[in-house]
Design a protein around this ligand. Structure first.
Ligand code: FES
Ligand SMILES: [Fe+2]
Length: 577
């Protein structure tokens, strides 16, 4: 299988800059800045000043995904480039060259634009070589520790409605189509019966983990209809768990291939010295919009200005970035990036769902942010964020199994939701405007976008990957209308947290319940204290009770804000100074 690799130098301002500036030459004379740059997403690192070293990522051009999954990178632009140049693993490497044939170009050099992977490979070539089948991939759904085993959970993937439930007999999570074979009631409305089977709520037919029907209460034991029990099956999908995340393979005929294909995990997170926190949210923008956003490091300090106390940066941190595309193939792309003149960090996109930012200090990977986008339906996705921390100080900041990791898990979830609030309000609109601007042909993105800066290079690479290898858009399940749902103008609906996270999350649901109980208890306590105080004979004895009642009422009132956080918090770009 042929693959393409594009190599351009760190700091090259022009390679992969397409947009509607594609016919012109754009050159950026950026200077290094000492100001810090917000690091996505939820990790702050001080930039290292020493040269980086260490093995670097390589997406192999093999179709063997086992080979690709061994990818591991932890810093060092020069080593990366050297390994890349010497690599013989690429079947048909194509190096983007400058006009004079060199494969490098310095920042500010005005010799001309690099040819992008798009330019080096004719349109449509990827389709011939690729045959990228969307349903033949693992898609992440949810951290398994956030799933309640006692009830079935509805989900949607590539436009197909499914139900995820825990099979007690085999202690495994299962995924079925969310349709009862009897009369099509949604199985997700059902329950787990006394035998641990999934029972439909309409007529109580029950199904085992392999999909077979175990019980039809309406069938007479001696009647011919009893044969229907053995002839009836629910449709099931491959389901697995890796790094604490539940993955679904949305092809009921794909069990064999799924078994041979490891899910898209973050290689670093397998190390024993790493701690990770994973959370998720359903968002009202589609897969391509979400993935484009994740591959755009320059938006972070702007769109997430002052989020979580400014840990992601502030608007003033926006500055020129250097981005390289090192390897580009059907399986994704990767490369170093960073502020101009600063130490490089690394980004990898593993198609179709995973992006991983690796943040290094002194050549050692210290933190990662993996973000997945799972296409649920047109105009909708599930986003999962998995933050990995290695250093003690960083791990101490988050929830975990160690005694010193006191941050509760629901708090980490809320911090991640704060982050996603900043994106959702703008991406929901941007997605529709791109489709309007291109008459629904998003493969013509370069006629709509204007991207003169190197900071957008990963975005260009992503859109090119989608055109060349991804079939130009998500392949939805048969019969799914690919048009977007209507625009949501109500911001409280758009940034709602209850429907998009809380009700699906065991940890946050429990925290919300506890806060409600605590608030009620505080109000009752305040009322009791106020009621008891007048009964005391001595005035001076009444005062402490009244003060305690006031404190209880105040705390109950403050808890209201915390409870509200599980429903809606909001983020208004115009009102954050
Ligand atoms: S529709 Fe499910 S049992 Fe009747
Ligand atoms: Fe949660």
């Amino acid at each position: 299988m042929a693959s393409v690799c594009a190599s351009v130098a760190v700091g090259d301002p022009c390679g992969l800059l397409l947009g509607n500036a594609g016919s012109r030459r754009w050159h950026q004379r950026a200077s290094a800045s000492d100001s810090s740059y917000g690091v996505p997403f939820g990790i702050s690192l001080r930039p290292c000043t020493r040269p980086c070293s260490g093995p670097l990522p390589s997406l192999r051009s093999s179709s063997d995904k086992n080979v690709k999954r061994s990818t591991f990178f932890r810093g060092g632009g020069q080593e990366f480039a050297e390994e890349h140049r010497q690599s013989k693993r690429w079947i048909r490497p194509v190096v983007a060259r400058t006009d004079n044939g060199s494969d490098t170009q310095k920042e500010g050099d005005d010799r001309g634009e690099h040819q992008s992977p798009e330019a080096r490979e004719p349109e449509g070539k990827g389709q011939e070589q690729a045959g990228f089948v969307w349903k033949s991939n693992w898609y992440p759904v949810i951290p398994v520790q956030d799933l309640d085993e006692s009830v079935p959970h509805p989900f949607e993937i590539l436009g197909r409605k499914v139900v995820i439930w825990f099979d007690r007999e085999f202690a495994q999570w299962r995924t079925f189509t969310d349709v009862c074979p009897h009369r099509l009631a949604p199985l997700s409305e059902g329950r787990i019966d006394e035998n641990g089977c999934l029972q439909c709520c309409y007529h109580a037919w029950s199904f085992k983990g392999d999909g077979s029907c175990t019980r039809i209460p309406q069938a007479r034991p001696d009647g011919p209809e009893i044969r229907a029990v053995s002839n009836t099956r629910a449709t099931s999908f491959p389901t697995t768990i890796a790094q604490g995340i539940l993955f679904i393979w949305p092809d009921e005929h794909g069990f064999e291939l799924a078994e041979k294909t490891p899910p898209p995990i973050t290689p670093q997170h397998d190390g024993p010295e790493w701690e990770t926190v994973v959370t998720f949210r359903d968002v009202d923008y589609g897969w391509d919009t979400g993935m484009e956003n994740l591959l755009d490091p320059s938006h972070v300090p702007v769109a997430h200005h002052m989020v979580n106390g400014g840990s992601l940066g502030k608007r003033d941190d926006a500055q020129p970035l250097s981005i390289e595309i090192k390897e580009f193939s059907q399986q994704g792309f990767n490369g170093p990036w960073g502020r101009v003149g600063g130490p490089p960090q690394f980004l990898e996109f593993e198609a179709p769902t995973r992006t991983t930012y690796v943040f290094s200090i002194g050549g050692q990977a210290m933190g990662t942010t993996t973000t997945y986008v799972t296409p649920t339906a047109p105009g909708g996705s599930r986003v999962l964020i998995s933050n990995g921390r290695k250093a003690f100080a960083m791990k101490a900041m988050t929830s975990g199994p160690k005694w010193w990791q006191i941050s509760p898990r629901w708090w980490d979830h809320q911090k991640m939701l704060n982050l996603l609030d900043g994106d959702e309000s703008l991406l929901h609109g941007q997605e529709r405007l791109l489709r309007e601007s291109t008459n629904g042909q998003i493969e013509k993105w370069n006629q709509a976008f204007f991207m003169p800066c190197a900071a957008d290079r990963f975005v260009s690479a992503f859109r090119q990957w989608l055109n060349r290898h991804g079939g130009k858009n998500v392949q939805w399940a048969d019969g799914v209308d690919p048009s977007l749902p209507p625009l949501i103008k109500n911001k409280e609906l758009l940034l709602d947290r209850y429907e998009s996270h809380t009700k699906h999350c065991k940890v946050c649901s429990k925290a919300l319940q506890n806060f409600r109980i605590a608030r009620q208890a505080l109000y009752i306590l305040a009322a009791v204290l106020v009621g008891v105080a007048p009964l005391l004979q001595v005035w001076s004895h009444r005062i402490p009770l009244v003060v305690a009642a006031g404190i209880s009422a105040f705390l109950a009132w403050r808890l209201g804000d915390w409870i509200q956080m599980f429903y809606y918090k909001g983020y208004d770009h115009a009102r954050i100074p």
